[in-house]
Design a protein around this ligand. Structure first.
Ligand code: SF4
Length: 668
């Protein structure tokens, strides 16, 4: 008999949807949206639906595997755990615990997935990764400007007179916000999309502003310049609630509008129009997670924040510089969960440069890499170096559900449960203010196990089993302690399946910013402290004709690596059938210049590597722009990261995956 139960999407996504899952004979047979979820209201995307195929796939890993003489062999859990624990003990005694590197990502956003950190902290502390391949530089930028990265509640967009969607294709990656935009348009809001690609969101807009990739910060500076010339700024806000305006003024006066137009490839009259749009308050800005993936990425987000501040669109209904929403994650307790104080020693590698750092590591060298919730072999920049690094450690352990590129390289592969096979809470929406509950719905197939079981077993063998002697209920309650003080309970969450968190719906309404000065900072005190300079600059991408004309001569096209439509990063490609192939999307001018047509097979290359794929022409994309979706596995043609660079962003906490010039040619 079929039963339907409420659950939650575990994927790293803006929307954090509520699910209704059908179970028949102990098997998940359908994943649909929960019509009662206050934000996602019964609608989910194909990536969420595909969790059914992911759970039932015949390719699921069912048993622990060990590589012997280059071949994987099934082994018992007993053997796998005993051997891994013995090797961890040997490494700790011989080289110290930091000879183990913990590589992790966000394949599943269950709160208990953070227990991997507790495990490695109790082990003694390992080599950890800092920074983020995705949004890190933007988060850091907003911490410099506002003191935190907070966004407005979803319904507030209905208060906006003008809505500027800047580099976020909500139709693909934030579908419930797309619905809100339709509603806002019906209410009379005007919608503007700034993006190098004419995407499905741009089609909804009153106007699409096509921009040269990586030049968003320069455009923001141009709009500020025009706002000031036209006296559209919010003088009161600037005088009373900001710090460093004189520095900003000096900066925007250092370039002419003509120069800014030439660099951004946005016409001067469009920049002037955008100044009027921002001056016609309330104007809300919703940024995406691509335009910060440049060497100038932190500065880009900071200039957009500055634009929102100068125009008086901070802390007001219908305004906001909406990038991330850390208020949601900040509502939970992590210190109790992860026990950071238990580390006896630790070392940190940059997440972007981890491959180079692994290869160069001394005192101690990296002897073991333990991979959780990630597939670094497709997701790290500069894949060829990443593969060399991950092959160099004595032992590579991967916890996964499928034989990903990383698992293929591993010495031990431990089969993990899917989200429907373990209870957790999903707390990390980047868009709305709700936390969702996900019960265990079905047992794991074969010998697949939840990560928590793996940590508990290994902890027992390594002598700190007592640190993992808690029930699921106790673990979940541990994370909810700060909310329990405000009247929230696990029981209520289980009963209602989702709860609205007690966070600010209109951040900074009280004009009290979490910066050193208590003001919005055009010149950042935190930036000054960390990097020796907190001033904004008119920085451009590292790989651009302005910074490196010779490179731009050899590699004339800007490469984007956007989020795929049907896969959450690299997670679903193997479930998409035989049709998966690398699609090389190009602007029309490239097709004309190189005499290419749809379906032509091409080689895309630069000084780091090459990718081969099939041409698809984007008639309205910004000239000289190429896109290859991220995450494609080796067996389907390989990751676009064979082309990308491991350079860090300007504030040290983000990637530069889009800061990438390439060339291409037709091949047979
Ligand atoms: S991937 Fe995002 S939009 Fe799709 S179902 Fe999951 S949370 Fe919802």
């Amino acid at each position: 008999m079929a039963i339907v139960r409420k659950a939650a999407c575990p994927l790293n996504c803006w929307d954090s949807c509520g699910f209704q899952v059908t179970i028949e004979n102990g098997r998940v047979t359908k994943v649909e949206g929960d019509p009662d979820h206050p934000i996602t209201k019964g609608k989910i995307c194909a990536r969420g639906r595909m969790l059914e195929a992911r759970t039932n796939s015949p390719e699921r890993l069912m048993h622990p595997l060990k590589k012997v003489n280059g071949q994987f062999q099934e082994i018992s859990w007993e053997q796998a755990l005993d051997e891994i624990a013995a090797e961890m003990l040997r490494i700790k005694e011989t080289y110290g615990s930091t000879a183990v590197l913990h590589s992790h990502d966000y394949a599943n956003n269950g709160i208990l997935k953070n227990l991997d950190q507790r495990f490695f902290n109790c082990y003694g502390g390992v080599t950890e990764l800092y920074g983020s391949l995705c949004w890190g530089s933007g988060i850091e930028a907003q911490k410099w400007d506002f003191g935190n990265a907070w966004s407005h509640a979803p319904n507030d967009v209905l208060n906006s007179r003008n809505i500027i969607i800047w580099g976020r294709n909500v139709a693909r990656t934030n579908m419930h916000f797309y619905e809100k935009l339709l509603e806002a348009k019906k209410h009379g809001s005007h919608l503007y999309v700034i993006d190098p690609l004419y995407n499905a969101t741009a089609k909804l807009a009153d106007q699409h502003i096509s921009i040269k990739p990586g030049m968003d910060g320069i455009l923001a500076a141009g709009i500020i310049k025009e706002i000031l010339r036209l006296e559209l700024e919010d003088k009161e806000f600037i005088e009373q609630y900001t710090h460093g305006f004189a520095d900003l003024l000096q900066l925007v006066n250092s370039n002419s509008l003509e120069q800014i137009s030439e660099m951004t490839e946005v016409p001067e009259e469009v920049i002037t129009k955008l100044a009027y749009i921002y001056g016609d308050r309330p104007a809300s800005t919703y940024m995406g997670l691509g335009m910060q993936r440049y060497e100038n990425g932190g500065n880009t987000i900071r200039l957009i924040d500055a634009l929102c501040a100068v125009s008086g669109n901070i802390g007001i209904d219908g305004g906001g510089a909406n990038y991330a929403n850390l208020q949601v994650g900040q509502s939970f307790a992590f210190d109790e969960l992860t026990l950071a104080g238990r580390k006896q020693s630790f070392r940190q590698f940059s997440i972007m440069k981890q491959a180079e750092e692994i290869l160069a590591a001394k005192d101690p060298e990296i002897k073991m890499i333990f991979v959780t919730c990630g597939n670094p072999l497709t997701q790290l920049p500069d894949t060829n170096v990443a593969e060399k690094a991950f092959s160099s450690a004595g032992t590579l352990v991967a916890v996964d559900q499928f034989m990903t590129d990383t698992a293929m390289l591993a010495d031990y592969v431990l089969p993990a449960a899917t989200a429907f096979e373990e209870e957790d809470i999903y707390y990390s929406s980047m868009y709305h203010h709700y936390v969702n509950y996900g019960p265990q719905l079905v047992p794991s197939p074969g010998e697949a196990k939840p990560d928590l079981w793996i940590w508990t077993q290994l902890a027992d063998r390594l002598g700190f089993g007592a640190d993992f002697e808690f029930t699921r209920e106790e673990w979940l309650n541990m994370t909810l302690v700060p909310l329990a003080e405000k009247g929230y309970s696990l029981e209520a969450l289980k009963e209602q399946h989702t709860l609205e968190l007690p966070v600010n719906k209109i951040p900074w309404q009280d004009r009290k910013f979490n910066t050193r000065t208590g003001k919005f900072e055009f010149t950042s005190s935190l930036g000054e402290e960390k990097m020796g300079n907190g001033k904004l600059s008119l920085a451009v991408p590292k790989e651009s004709k302005w910074r490196n004309p010779a490179l731009a001569q050899n590699y004339p096209y800007s490469l984007l690596t956007i989020h795929p439509m049907r896969s959450n990063h690299s997670q679903n490609y193997h479930l998409l059938g035989d049709t998966v192939k690398v699609k090389v999307e190009i602007a029309a001018n490239i097709a004309d210049d190189r005499e290419l047509k749809n379906g032509d097979f091409v080689r895309v290359w630069n000084n780091r590597g090459e990718v081969k794929g099939y041409i698809s022409i984007l008639p309205a994309a910004h000239p000289n722009t190429v896109n290859i979706d991220e995450g494609i596995w080796k067996k389907f043609g390989g990751s676009v990261n064979q082309l990308t660079s491991s350079t860090e962003s300007d504030n040290g906490l983000g990637s530069t995956l889009y800061d990438c010039l390439v060339n291409l040619e037709k091949i047979e």
